[in-house]
Design a protein around this ligand. Structure first.
Ligand code: URA
Ligand code: CA
Length: 434
């Protein structure tokens, strides 16, 4: 077998054999196949695709490239949630405590933010003292004791994905359905997930720009999961605006606390109820979504979900006085209000651009080595369908980088599309696929 013949084969749209896919992943991970040949193969895959069976084999080969984590010692049926990458997506910090407060085990390994998307680990680290470098044993024990643990990925999981993703990122081959499927599912399955709800984002701030390609991606994720005998459900949700109001690390923790108190943004809360009800059904806790929503709302109203978040923070060494008194969080020093130049209705808010502005203000990373300013970010004041008058407050932002202020004002203004009222009210959960 040689890489040249495999590139030639995929260039002509032929189906690759299992052993060819396994050979490519193994030798690329071991630095035997060089980047330029792998890049050519990725582009051939981008244009000619991989079928379900090839995508399954690619996913399996990527899992086998590194360690697998055994979470079978967690009592009961654990559940997990993953999103394909959003802006201001605070879901995990709300959803985890909600389901765990009902006794459903939520053991999550999360990532850090890169580019315009934020990462749960960075958000958690804005709580002083919080540590996320749990060993597998701690992850298991904490989940058994208090039903929830959120940790970083410690060991050598899917090194093939790390190398491939870095190459895809620089060769314009990220947004391919089979490559996204194998990248996400290999990580999830290597980390021991069995029941998974995937939030597939669609829109300007997402990899999938239209609903048809999001559906195609969803179908591939479900078909490949089935071949692994895993249960995956999909929600397709819109990224025509950022989720909730807050974008930035401490700001999003504050937003999560408010949501757990029942005072959060409507879209974030609605998404958590929807994802949560699916997780409760997959766990066997509930038979119907209606029943699940009643239980989830109950634990918001009686404060048990917020208490569970406090328990999680204390268990992982964090200072829970910040959760009890969110005004303890220290935000970046410069606070700027962005005012509307127009009168009308908000038609959309470019999530990609808002994510990039938040990054430049200090909330996100341009490279892996960027040091974050956890108090930086943006709080939107107007969302899609809101009425705006000239002079109204659109958004407030926080930063310690004063040389970014004027660009941020200009970009936040241009992210807002203001015009006539949208014909139909904004529908943010597009579709459910099981
Ligand atoms: N997230 C991932 O982990 N991988 C992809 O390919 C896309 C989004
Ligand atoms: Ca948010």
């Amino acid at each position: 077998m040689n890489i040249y013949d495999i590139i030639e084969k995929k260039k002509h749209g032929l189906t690759l054999k299992d052993e060819e896919i396994k050979y490519v992943v193994k030798d690329f991970t071991n630095d035997i196949i060089p980047d330029y040949q792998m890049a050519a193969l990725l582009m051939a895959i981008y244009f000619n695709g991989l079928d379900v069976s090839e995508t399954y084999t690619l996913t399996e080969a990527m899992i086998e490239s590194g360690d697998k984590i055994d979470l079978s010692k967690i009592d009961g049926k654990k559940v997990d949630k993953h999103s394909t990458g959003g802006v201001g997506d605070t879901t995990t910090l709300v959803l985890g405590p909600m389901v765990a407060s009902l006794g459903v085990p939520f053991a999550k390994m999360s990532g850090r933010g890169l580019g315009h998307t934020g990462g749960t680990l960075d958000k958690l680290e804005s709580i002083p003292g919080m540590h996320i470098d749990l060993s597998t044993e701690e992850l298991i024990n904490n989940t058994n004791e208090i039903k929830i643990a959120i940790a970083g990925q410690t060991s050598n999981i899917t090194p093939a994905d790390k190398k491939l993703y870095a190459l895809r990122d620089t060769t314009a081959t990220v947004d391919n359905i089979s490559l996204i499927t194998s990248s996400i599912l290999s990580k999830k399955f290597a980390m021991g997930a069995d029941s998974l709800v995937l939030d597939v984002k669609v829109g300007s701030g997402a990899f999938m720009k239209d609903i048809e390609s999001a559906e195609e991606l969803s179908k591939m994720m479900i078909d490949v999961s089935k071949k692994f005998n895993r249960h995956t459900k999909i929600l397709i949700t819109s990224m025509e605006e950022p989720l909730g109001y807050a974008i930035g690390n401490a700001l999003e923790v504050i937003e999560a606390i408010e949501t757990l108190k029942g005072n959060g943004p409507k879209d974030l809360y609605e998404l958590c109820l929807k994802l949560g009800s699916k997780l409760l059904i997959m766990n066997g806790k509930c038979l119907s979504e209606d029943e699940a929503v009643i239980l989830l709302e109950q634990n918001i109203k009686n404060g048990l979900a917020l208490e569970k978040f406090i328990e999680l923070v204390e268990k992982q060494g964090g200072d829970s006085s910040y959760i009890k008194n969110p005004s303890n969080f220290i935000l970046s020093e410069t606070k700027i209000e962005v005012i509307s130049d127009y009168t009308g209705y908000v038609k959309s808010i470019d999530a990609l651009l808002i994510g990039e502005v938040a990054r430049d203000l200090g909330a996100g990373r341009l490279t892996k080595d960027t040091v974050l300013d956890l108090g930086a970010g943006i709080v939107l004041n107007k969302k899609i369908d809101d009425k705006v008058k000239k002079g109204d407050l659109l958004a407030t932002f926080y930063t310690n980088k004063d040389d970014e202020v004027s660009a941020a004002i200009k970009n936040i203004k241009s992210a807002y599309q203001i015009g006539e009222k949208n014909k139909d009210p904004y529908k943010f959960i597009y579709k459910e696929i099981e």
